[in-house]
Write a protein that binds this ligand. Structure first.
Ligand code: HSE
Length: 410
């Protein structure tokens, strides 16, 4: 028999309301005792006595045995979650930035107090990826995980590519639909995808990496030239986080736009949908697909976690215990497309191989192989006048070979 959960809910925004809509259709032995909100003057759809603006009314309430944290403020969320975990409450959270930033401390708190923190809703909305990485792939070597982890940026890309809608209007729509973060740079700059990647990597590889160590570039400087280039080659551009095991000692993580061709799973992941590709040693390639943003899809993942807490489910972070030697690295060679204005940037980046170099009017690009660390070292030079995407389907040739080919053409 499952235990009764008495919930203190923090936040009643898009996801909080989505969760409430779903809970009321079920008979799960779950009761929402109190909801803490920031703005007490806002008109709500539920009786006023259910709401409070005082977090202590939830955190000090002995009738509440479970905290569900769905707020926007990272540091306030960390305070709520850590207090709840250290006072014997199990917690469900969807705050990806907070979890990625404080993952080490949150794992320690759970071990110290024997409490459980679940966060399926924090990574790719409705897609059940964390519990799968944690449980299903427990004994399977994972070569890589990558995908589309941010609904808003994918929505903007789809609106532009399929419907020809301009960037600002598409972003406005993503905001109106409740997909976007308060600061949209978190979505379009690849930060939100990075937080989700960091969380997923902890469960896939047992590495806990600080988000600031992971390189991210987004789609904010995507131009009509880049879209045109992709169209001509029958490619699409997607914002893709990657975690890749390089050998049995090293794992690389980064977030970059990527050209995808029509044979790739991510090609058909459009709008607010997310997709996760797991490349496993024996199962081979597997693909998870579902809505990555929005109240009901994310609420469904939060409810799944709440339901798991009725049986005291906990993440065990088994891979962190088992694989102590796996280290995070940025020492990985990637093939990139760089559109640029400043020729010096190409020299500074020090490409190891050049596949193609193009120059016509204002449109200049180079495709070639580069070490990720070079990109990081020169990040301050990459302005909004440059766009970078990784293009692993375009094989590099040596710089010498490329010059030779150019001479032959001449
Ligand atoms: N802003 C996020 C996204 C919300 O667009 O994916 C879901 O985490």
């Amino acid at each position: 028999m499952s235990k009764k959960l008495t919930i203190g809910l923090f936040g009643f925004g898009v996801v909080g309301q989505g969760l409430h809509d779903i809970i009321k259709t079920k008979n799960l032995n779950i009761e929402i005792v109190k909801i803490c909100i920031k703005d007490g003057s806002k008109k709500r759809t539920l009786p006023a006595e259910l709401f409070t603006t005082d977090k202590e009314e939830l955190l000090n309430n002995p009738e509440i045995n479970t905290i569900v944290e769905l707020i926007n403020d990272t540091e306030a969320a960390f305070e709520i979650v850590s207090r709840a975990l250290s006072t014997g409450r199990n917690v469900v959270s969807a705050s990806k930035k907070m979890i990625a930033t404080h993952l080490d401390e949150l794992i320690n708190l759970q071990h110290q107090y024997g409490t459980s923190l679940l966060y399926e809703g924090a990574v790719c909305g409705s897609i059940p990826i964390i519990r799968n990485l944690e449980e299903y792939y427990d004994n399977e070597l994972l070569h890589s995980i990558c995908g589309i982890f941010n609904g808003s940026s994918n929505y903007i890309l789809s609106k532009g590519f399929i419907e020809g809608l301009d960037y600002a209007s598409a972003l406005k729509q993503a905001q109106d639909l409740g997909f976007a973060e308060t600061d949209p740079i978190s979505d379009v700059g690849g930060f939100d995808a990075k937080y989700k990647l960091v969380i997923a990597a902890a469960h896939a590889y047992g590495v806990v990496v600080k988000p600031e160590e992971v390189f991210n570039l987004g789609i904010q400087s995507l131009s009509a030239y880049d879209l045109q280039y992709a169209r001509e080659k029958n490619l699409k551009i997607k914002l893709v986080p990657v975690a890749k095991e390089l050998d049995d000692r090293h794992v690389a993580l980064f977030v970059l736009p990527k050209f995808v061709n029509e044979t790739e799973f991510l090609y058909n992941v459009e709008y607010e949908y997310n997709g996760v590709i797991v490349q496993a040693a024996f199962a081979d390639q597997q693909f998870f697909f579902g809505k990555g943003a929005g109240g009901h899809p994310t609420g469904s993942a939060v409810l799944s976690d709440i339901a798991a807490l009725r049986y005291d489910y906990q993440y065990e972070y088994k891979k962190a215990k088992a694989k102590k030697d796996l280290k995070f690295t940025n020492d990985i060679e990637i093939n990139i497309y760089l559109r640029y204005e400043d020729d010096d940037l190409v020299d500074e980046l020090g490409f190891e191989y050049i596949h193609e170099r193009y120059y016509s009017g204002n449109y200049k690009f180079v495709i070639g192989k580069i070490n990720l660390q070079k990109l990081i070292d020169n990040q301050h030079r990459i302005s909004d006048k440059a766009f970078i995407a990784f293009a692993d389907q375009l094989k590099g040739v040596s710089l010498a070979e490329s010059k030779k080919q150019a001479l032959e053409v001449l």
